[in-house]
Design a protein around this ligand. Structure first.
Ligand code: F0G
Length: 450
């Protein structure tokens, strides 16, 4: 199956354009909505002309042992399902993807769900799921001859973009909200040589400004409004299906910020089903922070038919987004799969993060919303004990070490936020202690922690 032909289809009005005809802001010229990549060749491959699912599955697995650099990427390993380049030789890769799927032994016991797993996308080269999308869209930027690329970011997109731009030999521009991104992420953009502008604006303001800039200068926009980003970000769906021997889990739980990731994973599962690689879609649920929950509000007030932007506040800075660009796509994924959309408090996020940490699985606060959301769903009876559940952990714990240290020191949350949860939080805190440099003092500290 090598239908190396794609086009862009407007998610709003259905208008179709060639890939290279997209406006610099990736908005439809007719209705202003976003595009999705579509492969017209696939529609002609129905019935006996369908790709041989068994052969594809075999090929993708074989590539894991291949000597070919492209095959070492967990994104390009599946390149038959993302033929977006004229030549795969233009792919810019850091060997992203192929991330681990861990069984959560303690959380599964505590929640009474035996089959509970975490797909850790923080184990990508720059420490977040953004790498899978960036390899795809950066490759397009390179193939189309751009010299500059840019993004607005809460931190992870900029880290990924800066790294992949450096690999591709392109220059990169980063717009970030001043004082509102974690240091680990800011340091990455600097390290990889981006021009980093800190603006007195929130993420939504940064993205608005960048949308104007790309209309005035030949700079390629790499936010998730760029539909090629989502083509890369759909591939963890393939990895998850493969890990379960193509029997998909019952339920996938994803954090929601700008809502590109949930949209991409939904597209990945939908395409696998259309191509006969899997028999059904998992439910896909999206969890937001309570202070940055425009999609939750949209479902609560009008079943996802319109969205009112909010002013976003959460310490999970990665998802501090009030006006998510891909909300319509995410609504479709949630509705098509029977998923849920709910929010969790700052205290619930911090507890879930510490619980994951105590299983040896560090992650960003934004990733921990998934476990916090699952706990809520279990309590409400929305997830049955027999379900197979996968949490998508989106970022590495070292991205935001300040958050973790503040939690363990007891300085993260205020009393209003912790009210009723004090003992739970106390039980999870493991602050570093100052101890005299003698064996007796260290052994006494051990006893004290028992
Ligand atoms: N988790 C992490 C760690 C993130 O960095 C993001 C988004 C999300 C979840 C939400 O994903 O936006 O696709 O719904 N970070 C973006 C950034 C916005 O600029 O790095 P989403």
């Amino acid at each position: 199956m090598n239908d190396n032909l794609h086009q862009l289809r407007c998610f709003g009005c259905g208008a179709r354009i060639a890939g290279a005809e997209a406006q610099p802001d990736f908005r439809c010229a007719v209705c202003g909505d976003l595009f999705e990549v579509e492969y017209p060749g696939w529609n002609q491959r129905r019935g006996p002309d369908r790709p041989n699912a068994g052969a594809l599955k075999w090929l993708w697995r074989e590539r894991r042992c291949s000597a070919e650099a492209l095959d070492h990427s967990g994104v390009w390993r599946f390149r038959e399902l993302l033929p977006i380049l004229d030549s795969f030789g233009n792919a810019v890769t850091l060997r992203e993807g192929n991330t681990p799927l861990y069984h959560l032994t303690r959380a599964s016991k505590a929640l009474g769900i035996d089959q509970l797993f975490a797909k850790h996308q923080g184990m990508n080269p720059t420490g977040s799921f953004k790498d899978t999308g960036m390899t795809a869209a950066m490759s397009v930027a390179k193939e189309r001859g751009f010299e500059w690329v840019a993004c607005a970011s809460t931190g992870n997109t900029s880290a990924a973009m800066a790294a992949y731009a450096a690999r591709a030999g392109l220059r990169s521009l980063v717009l970030i909200p001043e004082g509102k991104i974690a240091w680990g992420k800011l340091s990455q953009a600097m390290d990889y040589g981006a021009v980093t502008c800190q603006l007195k604006a929130d993420f939504d303001g940064c993205l608005r400004l960048l949308t104007q800039i790309v209309k005035e200068a030949p700079i390629y926009l790499l936010n998730s409004v760029n539909p090629y980003r989502l083509e890369g970000q759909k591939t963890p769906a393939f990895e998850i299906a493969e890990a379960f021997d193509w029997n998909v889990p019952d339920h996938l739980i994803v954090p929601g910020g700008n809502l590109g990731n949930s949209s991409a994973l939904g597209k990945g599962f939908r395409e696998m089903k259309e191509l006969g690689l899997i028999a059904r879609m998992p439910r896909i649920s999206v969890i937001q922070a309570a202070g940055a929950n425009p999609l939750v509000r949209s479902f609560a007030t009008n079943h996802g038919s319109s969205l009112e932007p909010v002013e976003a506040h959460t310490r999970a800075t990665a998802i501090r987004i009030g006006n998510p660009a891909s909300w319509r796509k995410a609504v479709r994924v949630i509705q098509d799969t029977g998923g849920l959309c709910l929010d969790v408090t700052e205290a619930e996020i911090s507890i879930a993060k510490a619980e994951l940490g105590s299983e040896g699985l560090g992650c960003e606060p934004a990733s921990a919303v998934t476990l916090a959301g699952l706990k809520k769903m279990r309590a409400n009876g929305d997830v049955a004990p027999g379900e197979t559940v996968v949490l998508v952990l989106t970022g590495h714990t070292l991205k935001d070490a300040d958050y973790t240290i503040d939690f363990h020191r007891g300085t993260l949350l205020n009393p209003e936020e912790t009210s009723g949860l004090e003992s739970k939080i106390e039980g999870l805190r493991r602050n570093a202690v100052s101890v005299e440099a003698t064996p007796e003092a260290v052994l006494a500290a051990l006893k004290g922690s028992a």
